[in-house]
Structures are given as C-alpha cells and as structure tokens.
Design a protein. Structure first.
Lengths: 256, 306
C-alpha cells in the first residue's frame, strides 16, 4: 500500500487549491486589483491634499497599511462562511473526519491555504507599488513574513469562532464590531496617536495594528513605535492562542 | 472485525445506545435495523471512530477506537446518511482529493478513481460537477469514495434512503458485488426489503437496545409465522377490533390494524377456510409469505416514531 506519501494537512491544502483553481479569476479583483485601486485613489488623490504624514508622502505612508489590511481582510474573510459551510452545508469536514485526517490537520491545511493566498496577493501588490516608488527600504522583504504571521493571527481565532456558531448571521456581528473597527483604528489610514487615548487600546490589542507598524517600519526603513519583539510577540500570541482554540473547537464540533 | 460488549452512548441526559453486544465476522454483511431514534446512527458513529463510547467495550479490527482512531479510520470506508460530497469539485476530483486524505500518491489516486467510477457506473460523468447528478448517482459516488482506500470494512448509514426504485436496485446490485469480493459490510436501514436483500445477519434495535438478532430467515421463523393473511372488511374501519375478536384462535396471532386485520398462520389457506366457516365475509383476502417487516413491526410496535 502506498500509504503515508503525503501529510494529511497537505492533503487538506490540496483540496483548497483544487477548489481555488476554479475561483481564482474572481478573487484576483478583490485581493489584488482592489487594493491597488485603493492605493492609487487614496494615496495619490487624497495624498495630494494631505502632503506628508510623519515626514513621508502619504502614498508611501499608506502602502504598508493597505498591504497589512488586505492580508487581514483576506484572512478573516476566508475563515468565515467557507469554514461554517464546510461544517454545515458542504459537510466537507465530516467527510475528512471519516479518514485519517485529524481536526488539527484540517485547521493546519486551511491556514496553509490562506498563507498561499495572502502571500501571492502581497507579492503582486508589492511589485506594483514598487513601480510607484512607494517602497523605501530593502527591509520590505520582511513584509510578506509579517503578513504571513498576521494571517495566522487573524484567521485562526476567526476559524475558532466559525466552528462555534450555528448561524451565519453571527458573522455580521463579527464584521460590525471587530473587523471594521480594527480596520479603521489600526493605523492603516492615520497614525493611532490621532485617536483619543480611550480608543487607542483597541489598536493595541488588534493584531492588525502590530502588523501595520511592522510593515511600515519595513517599507520606510524606520524603527516601529514599540520594540520589534513586542509587536511580533503580540502577533505570535494571537496566532498560537487562536490556533490552539481553533483546533479545540474543530475537535469538539466534529466529535459528537 | 467489530466487537462490542455492553456499549453505551449518552448525550447529556439522553441515552441513545443502552448497552448493546455486537460481533461482526470478516466478509459478513451485517445490518442494524430499527425505527428512527433506535440508536442505529449513534452506534455507527462509534464504529466509525468519530464519537467516543460513553462506556462499554468496543474493538474495531482488534484496535481501540479512542486510542487508535486514526489507524482504524485508515482501514474503514464510510458512506454517511447525509451526502457530504464536494459540490464544487468534479466527480473524479471528489475521489482523487479523498484519496490524498488517505495518503495515497496522486497517480494511485487517479488509477483507483477511474477504476471505482467504472465500478459504480459513473465513468461517463467523471468530468461533471457533482450538483447536477441525481440522488442515486451521488450515492454511488459516495460509495465509490468510501472504497478509495480499499477498506476492510464499509459502513453504510441508510444507503438507499430517498432513492427511487431503479436507483435502489442498482445500488443493491453494486453492494452485493462488493460483498462477493469479500468486503465486510455494515449497514443501517429501516427498509425491510433492503435488509433481506443485503444482510447475512442483522440486529433489530429499538429504543437504544437490541431486541432481536439473527439471519433474516431465522428472525421470520422465530418472530412470525410462515404466512400472513390480510383481511379487509367493508365496515372494517369502525369494527376491525370486533372482527379480530371473532377471529380469535385462528392461526397463532390476530392483529387488528386500522384498515385491515392480519392473521398470522403457518397455513394461510387453512386459516382463510376457517374464516369462511365462521360466516365472516371479508371484502378482500390476501395470503402472503411473512416478511421481515412483520417481524419488525411486531418487535418495535406500530407507534409512529419521528
């Protein structure tokens, strides 16, 4: 028997990729064209009025924020309906559960797929903004790594959430009270120092803010507001805690 | 292949399986028969190592499903009650993707997929999406998928529920071939004809317990008579119970139903003659062989269970 030639989590990744082969054209717009249009209109259009932020032109300032925010939204978006659907409607996870694939492998396979999706989108985006002259430091090579860490930090807890609910109406709450506020208040469009002191902790707990600051320090070649280790530590905490929780919720849901 | 002793499954306050003993031998086709809510599916889920037993002993292929679940699942084929095919993958991709879950190489997965599509007569639909397939085709594809790892045991949870007669017969014929190849089949059903067609041995479950066990033939011999006479009376809707009283003593058992009276007798024609001798004039008389359905209804009662 030709058993054991592929790790179960890779087999799960392959299923996602096989599905993606049919959908990738539709996703190019939302994951790549849209952020580029965004940067052009806000960065150049609005930036023309604003001039510079923290000593750099607005386009260069906003690019790392949009990159991280795109990664964040892809990670969250691809961990909501599709995860609940594979539990409830497609029941693909139940089909996997009847094989040697374990709940941990299902979670890992999904995260690997998101890493692929986010990394390809980030790389394509970086190439375009490089042509706009918006990247100022060779440290930019660290951006895909930061975005990869952000992907796990954002997707894993959302997967745990999706595995814990029965109705997709809960996602509206997630977007309204978690995703949109963190996108607005995480230093993507303006420095968090502009926020009232009361609201600033929203940014500090959000994995997006830490990723935005790391990306910005990488593309501009400046030091981030907190020590690098602190930013990375917060992202790691979200990633590890989220993955453990997701694996636990998947196991619970697939057991009885 | 499967060994269970005093197996119990509890969900909170509700006990779905109340201590059952089951043994399935290699190459056997074994059935769990019972009304809805009898505990069949809970038992199947424990056997497929998805749900842990609350208490009792369970051994699958000589292993412990809690400790060696992954190893056991590698050698099982599961055809669930609810279809869980990937609707956005093609028929063939559903099989090749599944093959990878068992760690098969891509080439091996493709080879087995083509072979199995041939076996379930879906080769001409290999490139089609799953969604436009009929219920019978989807079920056949699910069975093909359950066989991708060349399993030692195939578990089928209500394999033909919701299918039309042609689709059912085709499926039975394929399952019969599978059995002939020596694959152990374990299935649940609430269709008596299905159990009679496919099972060498079966248990009847009711309320989480096993109420009878044996081959279809031996169950009929034990719990029913060789023949059954169905009598309908013109005013039977109101008076069947009275007719039943007048029929007392004919055959072994009289069972008044709302629309007819059943007489359980080893010699149906003799029973009919006795009915006529007593001056009763039914509007229709049918003498038939006893079926598993008679056993089933006798054992599990006639109350509707939803």
């Amino acid at each position: 028997m030709a058993m054991g030639t592929v790790h179960p989590s890779i087999a799960v990744l392959e299923r996602h990729l096989t599905l993606y082969r049919r959908l990738w054209r539709a996703s190019v717009f939302s994951s790549f064209v849209l952020p580029v249009l965004f940067v052009v209109s806000i960065g150049i259009g609005v930036g023309g009025y604003i001039g510079s932020v923290q000593g750099v032109d607005y386009l260069s300032w906003i690019v790392p924020g949009v990159v991280a925010s795109t990664a964040f939204q892809m990670a969250v978006g691809e961990s909501t309906y599709s995860v609940l659907g594979d539990f409830k409607w497609v029941r693909a996870y139940h089909a996997m559960r009847a094989t040697p694939v374990r709940p941990n492998d299902i979670v890992t396979g999904h995260l690997l797929y998101l890493l692929f999706r986010v990394t390809t989108a980030v790389l394509a985006f970086l190439i375009v903004v490089l042509l706009f002259g918006a990247l100022h430091s060779p440290w930019t090579v660290a951006v895909p790594l930061v975005c990869a860490l952000l992907t796990v930090a954002a997707a894993a807890p959302v997967m745990a959430f999706a595995a814990s609910i029965e109705s997709d109406s809960h996602f509206a709450l997630l977007f309204r009270f978690v995703v949109i506020p963190s996108s607005l208040f995480s230093g993507v469009f303006f420095p968090v120092e502009q926020l009232p002191a009361l609201v600033r902790p929203v940014a500090y707990v959000s994995p997006l803010w830490h990723a935005v600051e790391l990306c910005r320090s990488a593309t501009l070649g400046v030091a981030p507001p907190w020590p690098v280790a602190a930013h990375v530590g917060c992202l790691l905490l979200w990633a590890v805690a989220g993955t453990v929780l997701a694996a636990y919720r998947f196991r619970r849901r697939l057991e009885d | 292949m499967i060994f269970a002793r005093d197996l119990v499954k509890r969900f909170g306050d509700f006990t779905a399986v109340k201590g059952i003993d089951v043994e399935v031998a290699p190459g056997e086709a074994f059935g769990f028969l019972g009304p809805n809510g009898a505990g069949k599916s809970s038992t199947m889920r424990m056997i497929s190592c998805v749900s842990a037993p609350t208490s009792g002993e369970l051994r699958i292929l000589g292993m412990d499903p809690v400790r060696d679940g992954t190893k056991i699942r590698a050698r099982l084929g599961v055809c669930p009650q609810l279809d869980n095919l990937d609707p956005d993958l093609s028929v063939r991709e559903n099989l090749t993707t599944y093959a990878r879950y068992f760690g098969l190489s891509r080439a091996e997965g493709r080879r087995r997929a083509d072979e199995l599509l041939e076996f379930v007569q879906l080769s001409d639909r290999a490139g089609s999406m799953v969604e436009p397939l009929s219920g019978g085709m989807k079920r056949r594809l699910t069975i093909a998928r359950a066989m991708i790892n060349e399993p030692d045991i195939v578990l089928l949870d209500e394999p033909t529920t919701g299918l039309d007669p042609q689709a059912r017969h085709l499926l039975w014929e394929r399952l019969f071939r599978l059995k002939q190849r020596g694959t152990t089949l374990v299935l649940t059903t609430h269709y008596m004809d299905e159990a009679e067609q496919l099972c060498d041995r079966l248990v009847v479950m009711d309320g989480g317990k096993i109420v009878a066990e044996g081959s279809p033939r031996s169950l009929i011999e034990t719990y029913s008579t060789a023949e059954v006479v169905e009598l309908r009376f013109p005013d039977g809707l109101d008076f069947n119970a009275d007719y039943a009283a007048k029929l007392g003593g004919i055959g072994e058992r009289v069972d008044p139903l709302p629309d007819r009276v059943l007489l359980y007798a080893d010699d149906g024609d003799a029973a009919v003659a006795e009915v006529q001798r007593r001056g009763l004039v039914p509007s229709s008389v049918l003498v038939r062989r006893s079926t598993l359905e008679d056993v089933f209804l006798h054992l599990t009662g006639r109350t509707l269970v939803d």
